[in-house]
Design a protein around this ligand. Structure first.
Ligand code: ADP
Length: 634
């Protein structure tokens, strides 16, 4: 730290009577706890004023906390106060900065109360802003950004209206798994007898529709060819993906939508690679994915990689996409029976009227974070999805986009089907605290396993809720932890996770058990039994038939991540056809209105498979963008 006293600062103190103490000019640092961990802030004090504030290090979530990291320091300097507006959705990150700055002010010898007057509110000048684009997209999550890029690549000017202060929505904090049948890559896994039986059972399944028959027939042909080939690596195809998705959602979904999704998934996987996203050179099985066809980016942490890839394309190709942030869409504009734009209001106090020469895409996400809506619609969890159930969703995604479309006659489907993700942080519902893959074993406080960890998400969530305190631990070790540069796979510092007891560790299993509050003798027995299973792949009491490298637990140090189910995904939403047109209650497309992503229903049925949401969002987003680009009102 450097100190430099200044005669001027003394004069200033006297002139304004506060601060009363002579400050030492220099640079100060302080650390406070943010949402994910330590936030270290550097403050330059000169002449009794805050000259500069910088966030030196943190592991707050990109992109949600990005604005807090720039706007809060800038406001503190501009208004010479720590009593500045917090950034909504990034309150803890904002408050960590202001608190650290207060500490620095004190350390400099100044009185923090002299820097606590309320900062002025931003100018709110009411008025009407009118804009026209070719395609208008509502919501800048995965579906919205994918739609915007597709429409712009089709030669259209695109305006995206987004309620939040950042681009990315829930997609940016999603686990980031992307299911797509990729037989070449998946063949790195040896196919087990259990997996063969899954394929054969699907081929022998009761036929429920002509399309079902058609997909089964195709799968049978592929499977016969595979068996004849003598290959031993894992088999896969879009047809197998589709049948698993449909069955895994209890045959409730529209099979046509399911099949289309599974056929499009490999295409978009390739497109993303062309855009600069680097895929891992192996596949895994995300929680509830039911098959090791989950792909993950190697050059990004989790879901934000998809968003950042699209944004880089917009920049590189100079695509005409304009984002209007902090502006909430409230009403669709309908003229002569067609949707021609959207009205909304901005945080700047202005009313917005944004018109489309072509189509409008609604991509406002689901409603798992809206307690009122999930209580109203839930038909799965028996009225138990009240405020005590945490959510993995970020704030502000509230399902109101569905209601907005309903107001102009749109139909909804499957609104009662809500998914709990079993593997969320027990306290916050966050999906980002896990150290290892979800295929590692889960144990309860008694040190015992309780479920086949590779099962469906609804099965896992129900089993988890039945454990003591409705929680469990994912057990992992150094070789299964995806740690890079001291951070877990979501970019959170492991030290912060340990300090905040969001993860426990121990050199031995007994030490881990003591630290985490797990029965030690049982934990040792459970891990030993698992190690044995991974050697001979026989006799797992919960019916597992694989133990991939990422689930093997060879040796300590050991880790346990405490987890509980949280409201995660809403399978219901706007009813669309396979061209992403929003349908009215009579099943007729509403001209000009397209929808994609979690705002839609009918694609996942009663249970969405893990790592099927991102392909849904990105593929149907792309299609919706193209469809909207081609629409012209009569
Ligand atoms: P999906 O995965 O379907 O793309 P996300 O949750 O990732 O859904 O993104 C939905 C986006 O829509 C979020 O960024 C959210 O803030 C935005 N959004 C939700 N409602 C509105 C609205 N009424 N007006 C503008 N943006 C909205």
């Amino acid at each position: 730290m450097q100190f430099r006293s200044s005669a001027l600062s003394v004069a200033l103190c006297i002139a304004i009577a506060a601060p009363a103490v002579m400050a030492k000019d220099g640079t100060y640092t302080a650390t406070k706890l943010g949402r994910n961990g330590d936030v270290t802030v550097q403050v330059a004090i000169e002449n009794d004023r805050i000259k500069d504030v910088k966030v030196q290090s943190w592991s707050e979530t990109h992109p949600i906390a990005d604005l807090a990291g720039t706007q809060v320091p800038a406001d503190i300097v501009k208004f010479q106060t720590t009593n500045v507006d917090v950034v909504s959705g990034a309150t803890l990150s904002s408050m960590a900065i202001t608190a650290a700055v207060r500490d620095c002010i004190k350390a400099a010898g100044l009185d923090p109360s002299a820097f606590s007057k309320k900062a002025p509110k931003p100018d709110m000048a009411p008025g009407l802003v009118k804009e026209t684009g070719d395609v208008v997209v509502i919501g800048a999550g995965g579906a919205g950004v994918s739609a915007a890029v597709a429409a712009a690549q089709a030669g259209k000017n695109v305006i995206v209206i987004e309620k939040a202060h950042f681009i990315g929505g829930n997609t940016s904090v999603a686990g980031g798994g992307y299911n797509a049948a990729d037989p070449a890559l998946e063949s790195k896994h040896e196919m087990t007898a259990g997996q063969k039986k899954i394929v054969e059972d699907l081929i022998a399944d009761k036929v429920r529709s002509p399309l079902h028959q058609q997909i089964i027939d195709k799968l049978k042909t592929q499977w016969d060819a595979y068996k004849k080939s003598g290959k031993t690596g894992l088999f896969d195809s879009p047809e197998l993906h589709a049948l698993q998705t449909w069955q895994g959602g209890d045959y409730i979904a529209d099979l046509n939508l399911v099949y289309k999704l599974c056929k499009m998934a490999p295409e978009t996987q390739k497109l993303l690679a062309d855009m600069g996203l680097k895929w891992d050179d192996y596949t895994t099985q995300y929680v509830g994915a039911l098959w090791p066809r989950s792909h993950k980016a190697s050059n990004y942490n989790a879901g934000v990689g998809f968003i950042d890839t699209y944004l880089s394309v917009i920049e590189r190709e100079k695509l005409p996409v304009k984002f209007i942030l902090q502006t909430e869409a409230t009403d669709l504009i309908v003229e002569n029976g067609a949707v021609v734009g959207v009205k909304g209001h901005g945080r700047d106090g202005k009313t917005y009227e944004i018109r489309a020469n072509n189509g409008v895409v609604i991509a406002t996400g689901g409603f798992a974070g809206n307690v009122e809506m999930r209580m109203k619609y839930d038909t799965v969890w028996g009225g138990k999805l009240g405020p005590n159930v945490p959510t993995s969703n970020i704030s502000g995604i509230d399902g109101k986009g569905i209601l907005m479309a309903e107001k102009i006659g749109a139909a909804t489907i499957d609104m009662g089907l809500i998914q709990l993700l079993p593997t969320c942080d027990s306290k916050t519902g966050s999906t980002s605290t896990k150290m290892a893959s979800g295929t590692c074993i889960y144990v309860n406080k008694d040190g015992k396993r309780f479920v086949n960890e590779l099962g469906r998400r609804d099965v896992l969530a129900k089993a988890a809720l039945a454990q003591p305190d409705g929680m469990f631990f994912v057990i992992s070790c150094e070789s299964t932890n995806f740690v890079k540069d001291g951070r877990n796979m979501y970019g959170i510092r492991v030290k912060d996770l340990l300090d905040r007891k969001q993860v426990y560790s121990g050199e031995t299993l007994e030490e881990l058990a003591k630290n985490a509050g797990i029965n030690p003798a049982n934990l040792v027995k459970t891990v030993e039994a698992w190690q044995q299973f991974c050697k001979d792949l026989k006799g797992d009491p919960f019916g597992r038939f694989t133990c991939d490298a990422e689930a093997q637990l060879p040796k300590g140090p050991w880790y346990a991540t405490p987890m509980s189910p949280a409201a995660h995904h809403t399978m219901g939403g706007l009813k669309i056809n396979a061209d992403t047109q929003v349908l009215d209650k009579a099943g007729t497309p509403i001209p000009g209105l397209y929808a994609a992503g979690e705002v839609t229903g009918g694609i996942h049925g009663g249970n969405r498979l893990g790592a099927n949401a991102i392909p849904d969002v990105l593929n149907y987003g792309r299609l919706a963008g193209q469809m909207a680009a081609n629409f012209t009102a009569k």
